[in-house]
Design a binder for this molecule. Structure first.
Ligand code: FUB
Length: 327
């Protein structure tokens, strides 16, 4: 299935609902690994039960003037032995001549875990491992392969993503988040093993601080971490970008060290149509691009989203220019 791209801030495809785009350049082309939103009219709640996705498709483009190719279904819930429901935001990585698809899903106890599937091709299909990554939890994996070829997974999301329930290191079903005047929960990161199939190091919490080095607080909903982490590197700085959830922004923080602490810098994307906002940042040839989603294709239904892109620009000092998706 091929569809002509109509340009920046337009849906990449319209034949299915897509969200949570993780974009990468593999084999000289742009590959996008989105969630595939189910078209249903069931109720919505803060637990995210409306996001009941069952499979993944892979999209690709030769460049930004060529059609988008939908490579079809590359992985289905029924083929993942450990997963019971909700294939949420995935990411992909390349190493060892293999393409890896990392994805969250609820296990058979209803607890979000993160799994991995492999393929010889960036377009899939992907074969899942029999079990989830031991030690993984919560949602929204984003895998960053650094210049030294070491790969780290960043992950975690509040509310339906269950991050609050892991503050003690084990799953506490009734746990809630920190008090509003306490440091916000940060995303988690773990070093992946050389074969990319397990965690090689401990899961660490990533600290996000303000310009004075003070932790961003849980009540600071304009700046605190909510979900959807993404890490990229530009001019010697690591950039950690993420969704603020309840205030619907994509924001970012910068650090000289991959594992932080990260200093909060500002907003990348102002709120989109729909509750969630989720993104990735990728360089293609000389330019940088932001891939994101909104709910414009369904005229505002939160769980019927569409993936879009636009160019992302830096200021001289490395800060990112704020993008308004509708200007
Ligand atoms: O698509 C399901 C969930 O919604 C994702 O995992 C979150 O990042 C949010 O976009």
């Amino acid at each position: 299935m091929k569809q002509k791209v109509t340009g920046p801030h337009q849906p990449l495809v319209t034949h299915i609902y897509t969200a949570d785009p993780s974009a990468h350049v593999f084999e000289g082309k742009i590959y996008i690994y989105p969630s595939h939103d189910l078209d249903h009219d069931g109720p919505s709640n803060d637990n995210g039960d409306q996001y009941k996705m069952e499979d993944y498709h892979v999209l690709s483009m030769d460049n930004f003037d060529s059609p988008v190719v939908d490579h079809g279904q590359v992985l289905h819930l029924k083929d993942i032995p450990w997963a019971s429901q909700q294939l949420w935001a995935p990411d992909a990585a390349y190493k060892n001549d293999t393409y890896y698809l990392f994805f969250p899903a609820r296990d058979h106890d209803g607890i979000f875990r993160i799994g991995v599937a492999t393929s010889a091709s960036p377009a899939g299909p992907f074969t899942p491992q029999a079990d989830y990554i031991q030690g993984s939890f919560s949602i929204d994996p984003a895998v960053f392969v650094d210049d030294d070829n070491r790969a780290y997974m960043f992950f975690g999301g509040l509310w339906g993503g269950q991050l609050e329930k892991w503050q003690t290191g084990t799953f506490e079903p009734d746990a809630s988040g920190p008090a509003l005047d306490e440091p916000a929960l940060g995303p988690r990161a773990a070093l992946l093993s050389d074969d990319m199939l397990s965690f090689q190091g401990p899961v660490q919490e990533i600290s996000i601080v303000d310009e004075e080095g003070k932790p961003i607080l849980a009540g600071d909903e304009d700046r605190r971490y909510f979900e959807g982490p993404w890490v990229h590197k530009y001019n010697g700085y690591y950039y950690l970008s993420f969704s603020t959830g309840s205030t619907h922004k994509l924001v970012y923080a910068m650090s000289r060290d991959l594992l932080g602490p990260y200093t909060y810098k500002g907003t990348i994307l102002t709120p989109v149509i729909g509750w969630t906002t989720h993104h990735s940042i990728v360089q293609f040839e000389e330019k940088w691009y932001l891939f994101y989603h909104d709910s414009s294709l369904s005229e505002g239904v939160n769980h019927k989203r569409c993936v879009k892109y636009t160019e992302l620009e830096y200021n001289e000092d490395g800060t990112i220019r704020t993008i308004d998706p509708y200007k």
